[in-house]
Design a protein around this ligand. Sequence first.
Ligand SMILES: [Fe+2]
Ligand SMILES: [Fe+2]
Length: 280
Amino acid sequence: METQKIAAAIKSFPGMPGTAVKLLGLIDDPAMRVSQIEEILRQDPGLTANVLRLANSAYFGIPSKIGSIRQAVILLGLKRLIQMVIAVCVSAIMGKPIPGYDLPPGELWRHSIAVSVAAEGLVKELKVEAAEEIFTAALLHDVGKLVLGDFVKDDFSKIERSLCQGMSFEVAETVALGTNHAEVGAQILTHWSLPSEIVNAVQWHHQPETAEQTNTMLDIVHVADFMSIMIGIGLGRDGLQHQPSAAVSKRLGLETAQLEKVASQTMQWVTELSDVLGGA
Ligand SMILES: [Fe+2]
Ligand SMILES: [Fe+2]
C-alpha cells in the first residue's frame, strides 16, 4: 500500500544531525551557558564554519565581523544561532532536485530561504507578534516534498486528473496518495522533536482555515509561501495552484502595497543568502 510505503519513507528519512539535536535541547534551558554551545559545535568544525559564514551575511545585520561562536551568540542570541545551525543542516538535503514537483537543483532551498526571509519581513511590516521560531517554520514548511517527491512522480497521472478537475495541488496529492507534503513534513518534524508550533505551521501551510486554532506563525508562513511563488522562487508544478487565504489576509490586515514591499526585499536577500550556503 502507498500509505505504508510513505510511512516507511518518513521513518527512514535522515534525522537532524546530532549537533543540531543537542543544541535544540538547550533552547529552553535557562541554565544554558555559551561554553556548552561552544563545546557542542567544537565537535563539528565544518558546521561551525558554515554557521559563521551565515552569521556574517548582511541579512543578519551585524556590521563587525563575527569570528567565533561565542561572539555570534552574544551578538545574535542563542535562538538565532540555532536557526542558523538548522539552516546549514538542511541546506545540504534541500539542494537536490525534487522529482514529482519539477524543482531543479537548489530551487527548494532557494524557495525555503525565501519563505523564511519573507516571513520575517511580513512580521516586521505588519507589526505582528510572532515567535522567533518563525524563521525555522518557514524554512522547513516544504520539507515533506523531499519524501513525497518520488511518490508524486510515480502517481502523477492520477494527480493530474484531479488538477484538471480544479483541485488544488495538496488536495490532489491527498486524493492520489492519502496524504500531502504538508502532512508528511509535519510528521518528519515531529520525528525530529521540533516544537509543536513549528509542526503546526508546517502541517497547515496550505490550508490555514482547517487548523484547529488560528495562529500568527501559521498565517505568516502561509502568506510568505504565496509571496515566494508570486515572485517566481520555487515555482514548480504546484506553483500556479496557490492562492492566499482570504481569511488570513483579513486577519493580518494585509495590503497589496505591503505585500509588494516585502516581496522586493525578499528577492534581494534570497540572492545573498542562497549564495552563502549554496544549497546544492
Ligand atoms: Fe507547500
Ligand atoms: Fe512552499
